[in-house]
Design a protein around this ligand. Structure first.
Ligand SMILES: *Cc1c(COP(=O)(O)O)cnc(C)c1O
Length: 357
């Protein structure tokens, strides 16, 4: 098999250990003689997986008893709607930091009064707005902690006078988070904690049941809390892989340990982008993401873009083409991406520089 370095934004690279465990479970799930995708979700063997998966979430993120962890369908995009359905009564505020934040805001606007408290649209979302004040009359304030497309990230827990809601699709489990500071944390699994097909929501239970609208059964967080995320058939396969991915993370030493590695990987790549005269980063330096690293050809070298892409692909780099709305390059270096891959990309950039001296 060709040696590849996978920088795809999502569905992304998952730990080989999790994939190997999954292959085993597809052959014989825990001695049942059945593949994990063909067992009853009401079986005691499956219940155990659900319990283990929830326990791993609780342990790895230190989730307090005030919050419930849910496994849901519909991806992060359905999460946009879940949030507004369950929490929006009078007014909601959003931090508009990119395409995903805008999509989240759109769903809230469809259900009530919602607006952008601050935005970085003026500079193509290349920075995180600062110095804004969160109004105290909001039902909640919504942030997107990592802007997957633009490569900016809020790497700290912000203080909010109203319940804080965060789409953490692309940086969940990449750094420690004080869950007690959030009303809801949600996202799709496919960027850092599993394959596509399952979404997660960490919900502060006492915030629910306060809106006057009718909430469709499947969109009501309470339905899934009451039934342990098994109101209907859960996405068994995706949850199984998520359980093994989290087990791998625990075996790596957990979130703090992986955060150190993530910072090291990001520092290595940004240092090369800043050093190499052929490239430049697109995100404001203080807001740079440690998950998605966006860069373009430096001024005067724009014509080399297609050539570098082909050069890198030839050397086994996969998925470094930037999002169609930004162009250039994006290297997604999530938890499972090894330092070795980042080093390979850096070497590739250095070699390209030599070639064009
Ligand atoms: C990928 C992504 C989404 C969309 O996720 P889906 O599961 O495809 O709906 C939303 N928000 C962020 C920050 C993302 O990175």
């Amino acid at each position: 098999m060709k040696k590849v370095h996978n920088f795809t934004a999502g569905p992304c690279q998952l730990p080989q250990e999790a994939i190997d465990k999954t292959i085993e479970a597809l052959k014989d799930f825990r001695g049942t003689g059945l593949p994990v995708i063909s067992i009853s979700h009401r079986s005691k063997e499956w219940s155990a997986v659900m319990d283990e998966c929830r326990a791993l979430w609780r342990e790895l993120l230190n989730i307090p008893e005030t919050h419930e962890i849910l496994f849901l369908g519909g991806g992060a995009s359905m999460g946009f709607l879940y949030v507004a359905m369950n929490l929006l009564e009078h007014k909601a505020g959003y931090l508009e930091t990119g395409v995903w934040a805008k999509k989240a805001l759109k769903e809230a606007k469809g259900l009530g009064e919602a607006y952008a408290v601050a935005s970085s649209a003026d500079k193509t979302y290349s920075y995180i707005p600062k110095g804004y004040e969160i109004p105290t009359d909001l039902d909640y304030f919504h942030i997107t902690t990592n802007n997957t497309i633009y490569g900016t990230e809020i790497q700290y827990d912000i203080d909010s006078p109203v319940p804080l809601v965060a789409d953490m699709s692309s940086d969940i489990m990449s750094r420690p988070v004080d869950v007690s500071k959030y009303g809801v944390i949600y996202g799709g699994a496919q960027k850092n904690v599993g394959p596509a097909g399952v979404a997660f929501a960490i919900v502060r239970k006492d915030l629910l049941g306060k809106v006057s609208r009718y909430i469709p059964t499947m969109l009501d967080y309470r339905t899934h809390i009451e039934k342990g995320s098994m109101f209907n058939t859960p996405p068994i396969f995706a949850i199984y892989v998520m359980r093994e991915t989290l087990q791998w993370l625990k075996d790596q030493g957990g979130v703090e340990a992986i955060n150190r590695k993530n910072k090291e990987k990001a520092a290595l790549l940004y240092a090369e982008i800043d050093r190499n005269p052929l490239f430049r980063g697109t995100a404001a330096v203080e807001d740079r993401s440690i998950m998605n690293v966006c860069f373009v050809m430096a001024e005067g070298h724009e014509d080399l873009e297609a050539e570098f892409l082909a050069f890198a692909q030839e050397k086994g780099m996969v998925g470094i083409k930037g999002h169609r709305s930004v162009g250039g390059f994006r290297a997604s270096i999530y938890n499972a991406c090894p330092l070795e891959s980042v080093q390979a990309l850096v070497d590739c950039m250095k070699e390209f520089e030599q070639k064009h001296r």
